[in-house]
Ligand binder design. Sequence first.
Ligand code: PGA
Length: 243
Amino acid sequence: MNYGPNEAGKYAQKLRINLLEAHGVDIILCPPFLALKPVFDAVADSKIKVGAQNMHEADSGAYTGEISGTMLKDLGIDYVLLGHSERRHVFGETDQRINLKIKRSLQVGLKPIFCVGETLDERQSGSTNVVIKRQMEHGLDGIDADQLKSIILAYEPVWAIGTGLTATPDQAVEVHQDIRSLIRDLYGQASADEICILYGGSVKPENTEGLLRNEDIDGVLVGGASLKLDQFKGIIDATLKIV
Ligand code: PGA
């Protein structure tokens, strides 16, 4: 819930101008609902894509205040974040609800960015892999290998989001490898090789390269640092050293 339509639109315009050189990096901007249209217009005909931060699982109906995937498609949006830790922990979204959202997003032709991650308590009690497995298995229930091709995964340890604490590359890699082997068990080797797994949680210019040097980390999901253009640009520059 940062940046309204005016601010976000201006930001996207500046980012677009700043990114003319950034070949080889895929960028998806996910602003709040009200800012989707100005951001979408600002990056039209560029390689920057746009995603929403959430959607409702129904197509339409008596759900006052909600936004459906069909509405996002209508606007021309391609991606939607689903299962972000704040949706899970602040708004009480369950694995089952996230699964319904993922299924609906695919039905309407959106590409979900499906987030999973453990809390500090879960990590400290040694249950990280159990939690991730549960979130993945429930979230992907009923999704076939063909549909999986449209899904991006994001590992975001809850204790690292907005806290300034980043998982070390080793901590992140360990979970990314677990996620990839889960995908292998569920869908086979080809799907595991193909799936894109992002890391998120206090990503900044200084730690991007160290994270992305690991072949199991395919990209980053940036929160706070994306709000400042120079920081976000720094992350993109660090990414460009690797691609
Ligand atoms: P952060 O946020 O980069 O500020 O930790 C990540 C997120 O909100 O997913």
